[in-house]
Design a protein around this ligand. Structure first.
Ligand code: AMP
Ligand code: MG
Length: 414
């Protein structure tokens, strides 16, 4: 089949407009699956989680000592010790078999259930034994003192974690506490990756004199993984329609989304658009975005499946992934991408004006004599180590004509 290469970008929206247009056609919903709690880290909750009961479910001591009635020891001090009769001990993990009656105490350990009648615990440090059956108390305790009330952590029915939450280690602990052994999460989409270019060799191979290693395959796989999805690197396609078409078909047969890096522009060797246009149910929503780096970005669908053509320069692939692909992958997960923190920093060197595009400038943020500063890491977008050297990015809107040195900027940390 012959290909119709196009020669120029015609409609080049700003990033936000590009995403709006793209999401306007989004059709896929997150899908539910249950995973064991020990596999749930980093997964996105498919539904809200509410407390099935009070936590703790019973009143617990927070110290080792003696469970007492607070009124019995109201006047206790070093100068005026009070003697109580010890009538038993609460075994850990068991319900107390004795109740605290006036003038008595029950030995208790941290975390054990308070016996009936007791409403406070005297720390062992404030007691001494008079004999086998009596304890001398030298400090008072308020009612409820040195104990955790039932429901003090959460109460039955309380909303604990909201749908879309990306589970953190502490969340996993919380889910264990309420006994959610099987966690409803969004299925992780399979994201196919194709690197394209005659000059590319796999990262494990020694490149020939004019060849380079495939950076984007590894880079994008890592980004996909970090986004909570499953990367599937199909390998390198030469700039050859037959091989390219074949790999795209393989990708579309199984993957939920496809990312092609390289060949997304409008040159004669840029095949992504042409191959996409051959597919009967493809829709190119955006080709060309007013952003730097990353102008030759292509946002499309094949059927309901998103298809991304990212520029081959690794820094551009990195930037456009974060800008366009990551939010889209979030849709598969229903993830409430938390409002990310920015760091306010003083610009250490000026950022030159851009040509009407929205500019994403890599910076290195560090503390400099008690002040947070951001130093632009300049370099062409082919240079992967500019990203490695940076630790954040500053967004310069298209309307801003450069930022002078010394101005305060907001940095999105990596
Ligand atoms: P392209 O977008 O195909 O025009 O490629 C732009 C630049 O990025 C060229 O210098 C390519 O060699 C380089 N490039 C493309 N794909 C990759 C890749 N997977 N890894 C490293 N460099 C790449
Ligand atoms: Mg190329």
């Amino acid at each position: 089949m012959s290909l119709n290469p196009i020669s120029a970008f015609t409609d080049v929206p700003l990033p936000e407009e590009a995403l709006t247009r793209f999401f306007a056609e989004w059709q896929l919903e997150p899908q539910r699956e249950l995973v064991a709690l020990d596999s749930a880290l980093g997964r996105c909750l498919f539904e809200d989680v509410r407390a099935p009961g009070d936590l703790p479910a019973f009143v617990r001591s927070t110290v080792d000592g003696y469970a007492v009635r607070a009124v019995d020891v109201a006047g206790a001090s070093r100068a005026a010790p009070i003697v109580l009769r010890v009538i038993g001990e609460v075994p850990m993990g068991q319900e107390p078999q004795v109740a605290v009656l006036p003038g008595t105490a029950v030995k208790i350990h941290t975390g054990a259930m308070l016996p009936p009648g007791a409403d406070g615990v005297i720390m062992v440090e404030w007691t001494s034994l008079r004999d086998d059956h009596h304890v001398i108390v030298t400090q008072r305790v308020a009612s409820g003192g040195n104990s955790i009330a039932r429901g003090e952590d959460v109460v039955a029915g309380q909303l604990l974690l909201t749908k879309g939450r990306r589970l953190r280690p502490d969340d996993i602990g919380g889910l264990a506490a309420i006994g959610l052994a099987q966690v409803p999460v969004a299925r992780r989409p399979l994201v196919a990756l194709i690197s394209s270019g005659d000059e590319l060799v796999p990262a494990y191979r020694e490149p020939g004199p004019a060849e380079v290693r495939d950076i984007n395959g590894a880079l994008l796989a890592a980004l996909v993984q970090e986004a909570g999805c499953i990367p599937w690197h199909l390998g390198i396609s030469r700039d050859d329609p037959v091989q390219f078409r074949q790999l795209v078909h393989t990708a579309l047969a199984s993957a939920d989304a496809v990312i092609v890096s390289g060949g997304s522009s409008v040159g004669t060797r840029d095949l992504t658009r042409a191959i996409l246009e051959e597919l009967p149910d493809s829709r190119i929503v955006v080709h060309g975005v007013a952003v730097r780096p990353g102008k030759p970005t292509l946002l499309a669908y094949v059927g309901k499946h998103p298809f991304f053509g990212l520029p081959g320069n690794p820094v551009s692939a990195f930037a456009t992934f974060r800008l366009f692909v990551r939010p889209a992958l979030g849709r598969f997960l229903g993830s409430m991408e938390e409002q990310r923190f920015t760091v306010r920093a003083r610009l250490k060197r000026p950022i030159p004006p851009s040509d009407g595009r929205e500019d994403y400038v890599q910076v290195r943020v560090f503390e400099d004599i008690g002040e947070i500063v951001a130093e632009p890491v300049l370099g062409k977008s082919n240079l992967i180590f500019t990203v490695v050297r940076a630790n954040g990015v500053v967004r310069m809107p298209a309307t801003v004509k450069g930022i002078p040195e010394g101005q305060m900027v907001d940095v999105w940390p990596y």
